[in-house]
Design a protein around this ligand. Structure first.
Ligand SMILES: [Zn+2]
Length: 379
C-alpha cells in the first residue's frame, strides 16, 4: 500500500484517484495507461479498473495515437469532450450573451438575447428558448445538455440561491432568489459572480498555478481570489471586490457612495468618457494621434499599476489581468509591469501580473466550467 493511502478508507482513495484521473485526462491530450500510472503514481491494475469504469460512463474513450519515437502504435485514453454540451451565460449591464460549448469549453455557437435583463420569469423563459434554439441548430438533443452556468456582476450566495445585489445595472436588483428557475430550466443550473467564474477558469485550466488573484477590468472593476483551485467567497460572499479598494483619499466619487475607489480610476468608462465613445476600440484608435488621450492612458496605467502592486503586496500571488481591457493592453503590457515593479519594494521570483488567457470569454467559460467540474466531481 502506498504511503498516501494509509489511514484513509479504500473507497475514499478510489474516489480521489478517480478525480485525479479525470482531471489529468481533461487537461491533457490522449495518454497511455502507463503514462497515467506514472503521472498519478498508481499501479497499472488500478488505472485499468478506473479507465474501464469511465469508459462505461462514456467519459473517456480509446484511440490509437502516434508517438514520435516510432515503434508500436500505442492506444491512448482520451477525455470525451463531446459527451455532453454545456451553456455559459454572461449577464452584463449592456446585454446577455449565451454560449453553447462542449466539455472542453470550446464555443460551438453563441447568441445575444434581445430583451433586457429582468428577474421576472419572461426573461428566463426567453433565455430557455434561446438555449433550445442553439441546441436544435446544432443537432444536440436536450438530454445532452449537462447544465447552464450563469455569471452576473454581483455577490452570489450559492447556498441560499440568491444574488445579493448587482452593481451598475439599469434596474435595482436586491436579494434576487433564483430558486424558482427550477420550474423553467429542465437541467441543472448554477449562478456565479462574473469575476469569480472567470478567475476560476483561468486558474483551474492551468497546470502550473493553483493560487491567484483574478482582476477583471471592464466597465466595472472586480476580482476573485482563487486558493488551491477553488474560489474564496468570504464571510459575506464578497471576497475579491477589489474595485472598491480606495486608492486615492478624497478622490473621484464612486457609484458605491464613497470616493477614490480603484474602479473610479480604472473602469474602462474613464477611457470611453475621455474619447466620447461607447466603443473601447475607438479610444485606442483616437489615442494614436491625440496627445490628450495619450495622457489619459498614461494616468490610467499609473492607477492600474498602483492597484495591482497593492494586491501583490498583500497577497504575493500571481495577478491575472482580464476583462474588457485585456486585449487592448497587450502592447503596453511591458510598460505596465515596469510601473508595477517600481511600486513593489521587494524582489519577486515570478511575474507579478500576467494577462488572462480567455480575455473576453472568461465569464462564459468560467460559468460553464463550474457545471462541468461539479458533474465530474472534480471541483
Ligand atoms: Zn466604490
Amino acid at each position: 500500500m502506498k504511503g498516501q493511502e494509509v489511514g484513509v478508507s479504500n473507497v475514499n482513495v478510489r474516489i480521489e484517484n478517480r478525480k485525479k484521473l479525470i482531471k489529468l485526462l481533461y487537461l491533457h491530450d490522449g495518454m497511455t495507461k502507463q503514462e497515467i500510472a506514472r503521472n498519478l503514481c498508481l499501479s497499472l491494475p488500478t488505472v485499468n479498473g478506473l479507465v474501464q469504469e469511465l469508459e462505461e460512463e462514456n467519459i473517456v474513450y480509446f484511440q490509437k495515437g502516434v508517438r514520435s519515437s516510432g515503434g508500436r502504435i500505442p492506444t491512448l485514453v482520451w477525455f470525451n469532450k463531446d459527451v455532453f454540451a454545456v451553456v455559459g451565460v454572461e449577464i452584463t449591464e449592456t446585454g446577455t450573451r449565451i454560449a453553447l460549448m462542449n466539455m472542453a469549453c470550446n464555443i460551438i455557437e453563441e447568441c445575444y438575447m434581445k430583451i433586457p435583463f429582468s428577474v421576472e420569469s419572461d426573461y428566463w423563459k426567453e433565455m430557455n428558448f434561446e438555449i433550445q434554439q442553439l441546441l436544435s441548430s446544432n443537432q444536440i438533443p436536450e438530454s445532452k445538455l449537462l447544465g447552464i452556468g450563469i455569471s452576473m456582476p454581483g455577490p452570489v450566495d450559492r447556498e441560499k440561491k440568491r444574488v445579493e445585489s448587482v452593481r451598475d445595472f439599469h434596474i435595482e436588483i436586491r436579494d434576487f432568489n433564483y430558486e424558482y428557475l427550477e420550474q423553467i430550466f429542465d437541467c441543472p443550473f448554477v449562478f456565479c459572480n462574473d469575476a469569480n467564474a472567470a478567475g476560476f477558469a483561468e486558474v483551474w485550466l492551468k497546470t502550473d498555478i493553483y493560487d491567484a488573484v483574478y482582476l477583471s477590468v471592464s466597465k466595472g472593476v472586480g476580482g476573485a481570489l482563487i486558493r488551491s483551485n477553488s474560489i474564496v467567497l468570504g464571510e459575506n460572499c464578497n471576497a475579491g471586490e477589489i474595485g472598491h479598494m480606495v486608492i486615492q483619499v478624497n478622490g473621484k466619487p464612486c457609484q458605491c457612495g464613497r470616493a477614490g475607489c480603484f474602479e473610479t480610476y480604472c473602469s474602462t468608462r474613464v477611457l470611453l468618457k475621455a474619447a466620447a465613445t461607447k466603443n473601447l476600440k475607438v479610444f485606442f484608435e483616437k489615442k494614436k494621434t491625440d496627445d490628450g488621450l495619450q495622457k489619459v492612458w498614461e494616468e490610467y496605467l499609473d492607477y492600474l499599476a498602483l492597484g495591482i502592486s497593492n494586491l501583490s503586496l498583500i497577497l504575493d500571488m500571481p495577478i491575472i489581468l482580464g476583462g474588457e481591457i485585456a486585449p487592448y493592453i497587450e502592447e503596453d503590457f511591458e510598460r505596465l509591469t515596469g510601473k508595477i515593479s517600481k511600486l513593489i519594494p521587494f524582489e519577486r521570483s515570478s511575474p507579478v501580473c500576467i494577462l488572462s488567457k480567455f480575455r473576453a470569454n472568461g465569464y462564459v467559460v468560467g460559468s460553464a466550467l463550474l457545471i462541468i467540474t461539479e458533474y465530474l466531481g472534480i471541483a
